[in-house]
Write a protein that binds this ligand. Structure first.
Ligand SMILES: *Cc1c(COP(=O)(O)O)cnc(C)c1O
Length: 361
């Protein structure tokens, strides 16, 4: 029942807007008068065409994309993009620059290594366990692209401004902050985002790619690994993840029509983040793990004075209906993921709990 739902701070799959879930529920048995569920409809039908085209149109409106970009839906998660990008763009000895800001960046670099592609790691924050975003990075002017991870889901850091790459297109893994703020698209050649953090369920990855880059892509790889296959068939070369795309469409509609677009979404996310960070900053009980200028507005990572207290914090929070606060198993501590769909009410409930836990301890 809807009134038994918890405040969900999971990192991914993560909370979705309640109105979206309700709309899925109410139209689940008979989608749009078709007499079928969205999970039973042909992807070659006018019903599904309307869904995928609306999702693409809303993406373009939300991000102010012009006709220079394709909007694609690919399976295999963001993890497949780690390999697909070098396979498509690092041919004929071309090289890519990488900035290593944590677990996911490291995985992206590893795929370039496995594929034996030329690449350089031009900056890294590994020296301090990835608690900051490197500054004053010098990119190679002849790199095919510069890869960054805009939000580091596990380490709790986020790029708040994007680097000057001297015209080299940025390729961004935006899985955990996609659609959380407006973007200056001129900097980006490609953006990809696994849906399950901020825009939908798992099983689909959104890829935004500049058409002129696509023209330089390698076509001597299997069809399903070529961006051009997805671009030329409106992401329907084979059966797409229909339910995931439908959910994304509804989330984008919610973003546009209920939240009022990305400027408003960003302001809302800043207000939520401020509530938690202010509490952390005004206490010597909670300690933020990321440097102040690099903190994420999506994944707030913090520690308590001892591991025992952290364990008890997570247990008591869970008992009070505040779920998903355990830090990633590779780093420990606590993490509150407050993506777009996390409400102010949820954040307020968390902050109140943090205050009272501190007093009790
Ligand atoms: C979760 C995540 C991934 C991995 O996504 P999958 O869709 O599970 O492959 C990659 N990058 C970032 C930044 C993530 O948060």
């Amino acid at each position: 029942m809807a009134d038994k739902r918890i405040f969900n701070f999971n990192a991914g799959p993560a909370a979705l807007p309640l109105p979206v879930l309700e709309e899925i529920q109410s139209s689940f048995l008979n989608f749009n008068g078709s007499g079928m569920s969205i999970t039973e409809i042909s992807h070659r039908s006018p019903w599904f065409d309307q869904v995928i085209n609306d999702a693409v149109d809303r993406t373009k409106r939300l991000l102010n994309l012009d006709d220079r970009y394709h909007v694609l839906f690919v399976q295999g998660g963001a993890s497949l993009q780690f390999a697909m990008a070098p396979m498509n763009f690092l041919t004929d000895g071309k090289s890519a620059d990488f900035v290593n800001t944590g677990t996911w960046s490291t995985k992206a670099i590893n795929e370039a290594k496995i594929l034996n592609k030329n690449h350089s790691v031009v900056a890294s924050s590994e020296d301090r366990n990835f608690c900051y975003i490197p500054k004053d990075i010098r990119f190679n002017p002849d790199a095919a692209y510069a890869h960054i991870t805009t939000n580091n889901t596990i380490k709790g850091t986020q790029w708040h401004t994007f680097p000057d790459t001297n015209g080299v297109p940025i390729m961004a893994d935006m899985s955990s902050d996609f659609m959380s703020r407006p973007l200056d698209m001129d900097k980006f050649g490609m953006i990809y985002a696994g849906a399950q953090k901020n825009i939908g369920p798992s099983g689909v990855c959104m890829v935004i790619i500049r058409k002129d880059l696509l023209e330089t892509a390698n076509n001597e790889i299997p069809s399903m690994l070529r961006y051009s296959t997805f671009a030329s068939k409106n992401s329907m070369y084979n059966t797409p993840p229909c339910f995931g795309i439908y959910t994304i469409q509804l989330v984008l509609k919610w973003l546009e029509e209920t939240m009022g677009g990305l400027e408003k979404m960003e302001a809302h996310n800043q207000a939520k983040g401020k509530l938690i960070y202010d509490l952390i900053d005004n206490s010597d009980f909670y300690r933020a793990t990321a440097d102040k200028d690099s903190r994420s507005l999506m994944n707030v990572t913090f520690r308590l004075p001892t591991e025992e207290l952290e364990k008890s914090f997570i247990e008591k929070a869970t008992a009070k209906g505040l779920g998903g606060l355990k830090g990633h198993r590779s780093v420990g501590g606590c993490r509150a993921s407050i993506y777009n769909a996390a409400t102010m009410e949820a954040v307020q409930a968390l902050v109140e709990f943090m205050e009272s836990f501190k007093k009790e301890s």
